[in-house]
Design a protein around this ligand. Structure first.
Ligand SMILES: NC(=O)C1=CN([C@@H]2O[C@H](COP(=O)(O)OP(=O)(O)OC[C@H]3O[C@@H](n4cnc5c(N)ncnc54)[C@H](OP(=O)(O)O)[C@@H]3O)[C@@H](O)[C@H]2O)C=CC1
Ligand SMILES: CC(=O)N[C@@H](CCC(=O)OP(=O)(O)O)C(=O)O
Length: 357
């Protein structure tokens, strides 16, 4: 099987990483590469690391052109994909498999969209986190990967959301932690903010400094994390979420804590819950006891690397998660979801090793 894949937003960071992964994917032929302000430029001017595609010309983001493909990956700013995908779906003929790396189709609650994004609500698509488990439904817990196998439209999760959800889900699903007092503090690389120039992201200000942002519960990923934890079986979710920019280009290190549901739970029982949840996951890796995740261990790979500990004095479980915001945090999740929706092996073409030092 060879599938043709178009990438919209090919000049951006997320689009560039999608292309890097697709170049190594054995079943993919890369089709149209589209952009916005850089239409007409060569891809090599914007993505110098993607040498095999350096001579490709960036095309306008035209729904009819995108519709010529088997798969379309959208890596556009928030709010840009809703109208575009509506136009794409209205075109006669089979609609391509659509994967949206932006936020437009992630939230199932229109009120949450209004509160944190605003503008037209585009509806919710199949959520592109194969590891998410639906605990709240009758019958055995269903993994999101089963839903993705049937999906034709996929909303790729936010990168911070992936780190916090994969960190805490094992404890929520096992009933080991309560989710009514979750605290997440993250160190974030600059590429998470995208390529568009932002004054607070000047190298002269960011190099050598750590800078918190979206403090006080205003970050757009709060409702998405709450949504995921509720799917995993949590009730009454309350989350304090604080990201911090640190001088690295890629990577997220999330430190997430939550109170023990039962104060008598031992450290061994806590660890056992995470071991069970991670055992069969190809891209969620629990380190041996005593080792701690670093962003360097995850950058370049599709892994989320975890460690869990019990803080007995505080009565809280502490989980540290590291991932590559552009890898498992975006492009890797898009390709993993694409594989499932196309009936391919879930792990096909996805890197399992990082880049170090
Ligand atoms: N960076 C990250 O770590 C993550 C990003 N995402 C999401 O992925 C999406 C892309 O992010 P990122 O790559 O970082 O952003 P960038 O700013 O790096 O890239 C944005 C891309 O979208 C194109 N574009 C801008 N406006 C329009 C428009 N109106 N119509 C069509 N194309 C447009 C740009 O083209 P041009 O350059 O020609 O103007 C560029 O190719 C966002 O929704 C982001 O939230 C999700 C998870 C993590
Ligand atoms: C450093 C930085 O600014 N990171 C971004 C990550 C964006 C992301 O994950 O994607 P979506 O915007 O598609 O949700 C942030 O925290 O908002």
């Amino acid at each position: 099987m060879t599938v043709s894949v178009a990438v919209a937003g090919a000049s951006g960071y997320a689009g560039g990483e999608v292309l890097r992964l697709l170049l190594a994917h054995p079943e993919v032929e890369i089709g149209a590469l589209t952009a916005h302000s850089s239409v007409g430029d060569l891809l090599g001017e914007h993505q110098p690391h993607l040498l095999p595609l350096a001579d490709r010309v960036l095309e306008p983001t035209d729904p009819a052109r995108l519709a010529e493909h088997d798969v379309v990956v959208l890596a556009l700013p928030h709010g840009a994909s809703g109208a575009l995908t509506a136009a794409l779906e209205a075109i006669d003929g089979p609609t391509p498999l659509l994967l949206d790396c932006g936020a437009d189709h992630r939230l199932t609650d229109p009120a949450a969209w209004d509160a944190f994004y605003g503008g037209d609500y585009a509806g919710a698509w199949a959520y592109g986190m194969p590891e998410l488990r639906h605990a709240g439904e009758p019958g055995p817990a269903r993994a999101q990967r089963e839903i993705l196998r049937e999906a034709r439209t996929v909303a790729v999760p936010g990168c911070n959301v992936t780190a916090v959800t994969l960190a805490l889900q094992p404890g929520v699903a096992a009933g080991v932690v309560r989710a009514d007092d979750v605290v997440a503090v993250l160190a974030n690389g600059y590429s998470g903010a995208g390529k568009a120039a932002k004054t607070h992201l000047l190298a002269s200000e960011g190099l050598g400094a750590a800078m918190p942002y979206a403090v006080g519960g205003s970050h757009r990923h709060v409702p998405e994390i709450e949504q995921n934890l509720a799917v995993a079986g949590a009730t009454g979710v309350r989350l304090s979420f604080t990201p911090t920019l640190v001088p690295m280009s890629r990577g997220i290190l999330a430190t997430v804590s939550a109170p023990l549901a039962d104060a008598s739970t031992s450290a061994a029982e806590v660890r056992a819950a995470w071991e069970r949840a991670c055992a069969d996951e190809p891209f969620v890796h629990l380190l041996p006891a005593g080792q701690w995740p670093t962003t360097a261990a995850a950058v370049g790979s599709n892994h989320t690397v975890l460690q869990v500990a019990l803080d007995e004095r505080a009565g809280r479980v502490v989980v540290v998660a590291a991932l590559d915001n552009l890898g498992k945090g975006t492009a890797g999740a898009a390709v993993q979801s694409m594989n499932l929706a196309l009936g391919l092996p879930e792990t096909l073409g996805l890197p399992t090793t990082g880049v170090a030092p």
